[in-house]
Design a protein around this ligand. Structure first.
Ligand code: ZN
Length: 337
């Protein structure tokens, strides 16, 4: 049986995949889709590469980690080197209610598939809203500890994420990659499932697209498949009642970054900022380097030293603390809000 063929290859070359998050899952799906010759791949990521990422995030190397490169940029360089025939569009950004629709449509038309590479609930529900609102298939993936799951939600021909899971779990009730870790082969398999499902969608092989939620535990060697073909709920708050609560939410709280002694701060309503000007003003408080897309330096605050990285969209990562209050105080004091 032919899976791709010349006709499929031509369809892939004309298509656009949009991946949110190039961590453990997104690295794998982005790599496979770029190697497959998908015409355009957009990646969105807010994080910096850390040494602790390398065991499960195959687009990065030690140098990316020691230089703390933004994942979006490090991934783009690697993907360009893998296949120069693919247009890779990279955004260093947090995917939020404020910018989600703008980012998804930033190439002038909606992408052909949305892929969740972030493995966090806030983004999943936002992606689901984008998927239903714009009518773009959404490829879901999750990996935690030794367990993984994958599913595909195609608007108009089956359930959406909220038909089966109306609301995100309450914070603190689920294990996170911080508390439970992720076994690298699990994220590698889920990322591969996501790439395969995306390829079927992009090549128009809709009858092959998975209609179930697949879950497995790699350490236990168990596997389950839940049929979703009749799971569409007419009362679903998203696809049934056509309300996009996550796209309309305003929350913008500082977040501790998973597995790192660092906090991301982005005050609501922060617009684009002039990095050169900010670099000059921060120069009075410490040594700062100005790059094209960020400034970075060290500052002393309350007797401790923190590394501050600030991006053009007003977002900052405060490295050296997991305390969101401390990070917020540093942001207000040195960047202002
Ligand atoms: Zn639904």
């Amino acid at each position: 049986m032919e899976f791709v063929g010349s006709e499929g290859q031509a369809k892939l070359a004309e298509s656009h995949a949009f991946i949110v998050g190039v961590g453990a899952l997104g690295c794998v799906s982005a790599d496979l889709l770029v190697r497959a010759g998908v015409g355009k791949v957009t990646i969105v990521d807010r994080d910096l590469v850390e040494l602790s990422n390398l065991h499960r995030q195959p687009l990065y190397c030690e140098r990316d980690a020691t230089e703390k490169r933004p994942k979006a940029m490090a991934a783009k360089s690697r993907l360009n080197a893998v296949n120069s025939g693919v247009e890779v569009v990279a955004h260093i950004a947090d995917f939020t209610a404020e910018n989600a629709l703008e980012l998804v449509q930033s190439e002038g038309r909606v992408p052909d598939v949305l892929i969740d590479g972030t493995d966090n609930f806030e983004t999943r529900f936002l992606l689901n809203d984008c998927s239903v609102k714009l009518g773009v298939p959404y490829v879901y993936g999750g990996a935690i500890a030794s367990r993984g799951s994958a599913a595909v939600f195609v608007p108009g021909s089956g359930p959406c994420l909220r038909c089966i899971e109306p609301n995100p779990p309450k914070p603190g009730t689920q294990p996170t990659c911080e508390t439970a870790g992720v076994l690298a082969p699990v994220s590698s398999i889920i990322g591969s499932y996501q790439a395969a499902e995306a390829m079927k969608i992009l090549m128009g092989q809709h009858d092959r697209v998975m209609e179930s939620m697949l879950s497995f535990d790699l350490w236990e060697g168990t596997r389950t498949r839940v049929d979703l073909s009749s799971a569409q709920d007419a009362e679903c708050p998203c696809c049934g009642l056509v309300r996009f609560a996550f796209l309309e939410s305003q929350s913008s709280v500082p977040q501790a970054l998973c597995g790192q002694n660092a906090v991301q701060v982005k005050p609501g309503g922060a617009g684009m900022i002039d990095l050169e000007q900010l670099g000059a003003s921060l120069g009075e408080s410490g040594e700062f380097e100005v790059h094209d897309y960020m400034i970075r330096g060290r500052i002393e605050h309350g007797g401790d030293v923190f590394e501050l990285t600030c991006f053009a969209d007003g977002r900052a990562i405060v490295d050296g603390t997991a305390d969101v209050g401390v990070a917020r105080a540093i942001y207000s004091r040195y960047i202002g809000s």
